[in-house]
Design a protein around this ligand. Structure first.
Ligand code: MLT
Length: 407
C-alpha cells in the first residue's frame, strides 16, 4: 500500500500565491471586460538589463559551436560567477566570504525550502510572523510541527513582527535551533540595523542556533547604515547561512538564478555530539540532487557585476523604489498607515479591516490585486502587502482605482 507523507495534510489546501492566482483567474474569467492590475506576487515586469541580455546572447552562441560548447557544469556553479559574487557582494562590504563557500542554484525559494532537510527532524524552529510562507510550509512538510491550531502550527516559536517592535523581532528569551530571518523583509519591507542583526548573531552563538538569513531583497537597500549581508556582522560566519537571488536585483524571475552561502566555519552536531561541516553536508545534497544552473544563465548573472550591469541593476531597483514611493504617498492620502517601500519593494498597509475582505474589495471594485496580510501569518491580519513591481503606468492607474474604491 502506498502511504502519503501525512504531514502534508496539516498544510492549508494551497500555497498562498496559488490561492490568490486562483481567485484572480476566477474574477478575470467572470469579468473579462475589466482587466486587473497585479500588485500581488512580487514578480518583476521590466526587461532584463542590457548587460545580462548581451551575456546571454554571447553564451548562447558559445553553445552553438563544438569548440566552445559546454555540457554539465560544476553543480556548485562556475568559478567565474562564484568569484564575482564573493568579490562584489561580500568582500567589497568587508564580509569575508570565499568563492567556494557559494552554491549557485536556480532559486532562493528552492534553497530556502530545501535547506531544512539536512537538519534533524526534531529541531525547534523560530519563524517571524508575518512571514514568507515557504519557511513554514517546508518545515510542516518535514514533520517539524504539530497541527495548525487557530492559524498557528504547534511547536513553532513564532516571532511577532508588529508596529510595536518596528517589524523587527528581537531574539526571544527561549532557545531555538533554526531561526529564519528575512531583511529587507518580505512582506513588511522592514530593514534591520547592524545592532539588531548583531543581537541575533549573539543569540545564535549563545544557544548554538543557526540563522537562515534571506537577503533576496538586498539590492533595494538605500540607507547606507543598513547591512546588506549577515556576514557584515562579526561572528556571523559561524552561525549563519545566507540566501540571495537574481530575481529582484536583475529581473531573473523567469530566467532563474540564485545562490546560497554556507561558510566553511559553520558546524552542526551529529548524533554523537561531534561538530560536522554544514558546508560539506549541503555540498553532498546539492551535488546529488542538482545539476547546476544553465551556463548562459550563469553568464547573464555574472554580467550583473560588470560596470554596466551594476549601473543598470541599480537603475532597475531605483525604478521600482520610485513606484514604491508613489504607493506610500497614495496610501497616506487615503489615511492608511503603511511601512516599507523605502529600502524594499513592498509596502505593508494597515487597512484596519479583515485582510481578505480588503483584498476582495480591491479586486472587485478596483481590479487591483494585492496580497492579504493574513496569508503571511496571524500578525498580518488587518494588513495587505502592495508590491511595487509593475510598470509606472500600471502603478499610477492602480493607485487612482484604489483611491476611487476606498474613499
Ligand atoms: C513574493 O511575492 O513574496 C515573492 O515574489 C514570492 C517568491 O519570491 O517566491
Amino acid at each position: 500500500m502506498i502511504r502519503l507523507n501525512e504531514h502534508y495534510a496539516k498544510l492549508k489546501a494551497s500555497y498562498l500565491f496559488a490561492d490568490i492566482a486562483r481567485r484572480v483567474t476566477a474574477y478575470t474569467q467572470a469579468r473579462p471586460d475589466r482587466p486587473v492590475i497585479r500588485l500581488g506576487i512580487g514578480d518583476v515586469t521590466e526587461p532584463l538589463p542590457p548587460a545580462c541580455i548581451a551575456a546571454l546572447h554571447a553564451a548562447t552562441d558559445e553553445m552553438a559551436s563544438r569548440a566552445t560548447f559546454r555540457g554539465y557544469g560544476p553543480e556548485q556553479g562556475y568559478a567565474f560567477l562564484r568569484e564575482a559574487i564573493a568579490q562584489h557582494d561580500f568582500q567589497a562590504r568587508g564580509a569575508k566570504i570565499d568563492p567556494d563557500e557559494i552554491f549557485v542554484s536556480d532559486g532562493a525559494k528552492c534553497d530556502v525550502g530545501n535547506i531544512q532537510e539536512i537538519f534533524a527532524p526534531d529541531l525547534r524552529i523560530a519563524i517571524p510572523d508575518p512571514v514568507y510562507p515557504v519557511y513554514i510550509d517546508t518545515n510542516v512538510m518535514a514533520g517539524r510541527t504539530g497541527p495548525n491550531v487557530d492559524g498557528r502550527y504547534q511547536g513553532i516559536l513564532y516571532l511577532d513582527s508588529t508596529a510595536a517592535n518596528g517589524y523587527v523581532p528581537a531574539p526571544p528569551a527561549e532557545p531555538a535551533d533554526l531561526v529564519y530571518l528575512c531583511f529587507p523583509n518580505n512582506p513588511t519591507g522592514a530593514v534591520a540595523t547592524h545592532a539588531q542583526l548583531a543581537a541575533w548573531v549573539d543569540y545564535a552563538r549563545r544557544h548554538s542556533a543557526l540563522l537562515l538569513f534571506d537577503a533576496a531583497y538586498e539590492s533595494f537597500i538605500r540607507d547606507p547604515q543598513i547591512p546588506h549581508s549577515i556576514y557584515e556582522i562579526d561572528g556571523a560566519r559561524d552561525v549563519a547561512i545566507e540566501f540571495r537571488s537574481y530575481s529582484k536585483v536583475a529581473g531573473f524571475t523567469g530566467l532563474r538564478c540564485a545562490y546560497t552561502v554556507i561558510p566553511k566555519t559553520l558546524t552542526a552536531r551529529d548524533a554523537a555530539g561531534a561538530a560536522q561541516s554544514v558546508h560539506a553536508l549541503w555540498n553532498r545534497r546539492h551535488s546529488t540532487k542538482f545539476n547546476g544552473v544553465a551556463y548562459p544563465v550563469q553568464r547573464a548573472a555574472a554580467a550583473v557585476y560588470t560596470a554596466e550591469g551594476r549601473q543598470q541593476t541599480r537603475a532597475l531597483a531605483d525604478f521600482y523604489l520610485g513606484n514604491a514611493r508613489l504607493i506610500r504617498e497614495a496610501m497616506g492620502r487615503l489615511g492608511l498607515k503603511c511601512v516599507g517601500g523605502d529600502n524594499a519593494p513592498y509596502i505593508w498597509v494597515n487597512t484596519g479591516r479583515d485582510s481578505w475582505e480588503f483584498f476582495d474589495l480591491l479586486l472587485n471594485k478596483a481590479q487591483v490585486v494585492c496580497t492579504p496580510g493574513a496569508g503571511f501569518g496571524r500578525c498580518g491580519e488587518g494588513h495587505v502587502r502592495i508590491s511595487a513591481f509593475n510598470s509606472r503606468e500600471n502603478v499610477v492607474a492602480a493607485l487612482a482605482r484604489i483611491a476611487a474604491a476606498v474613499k
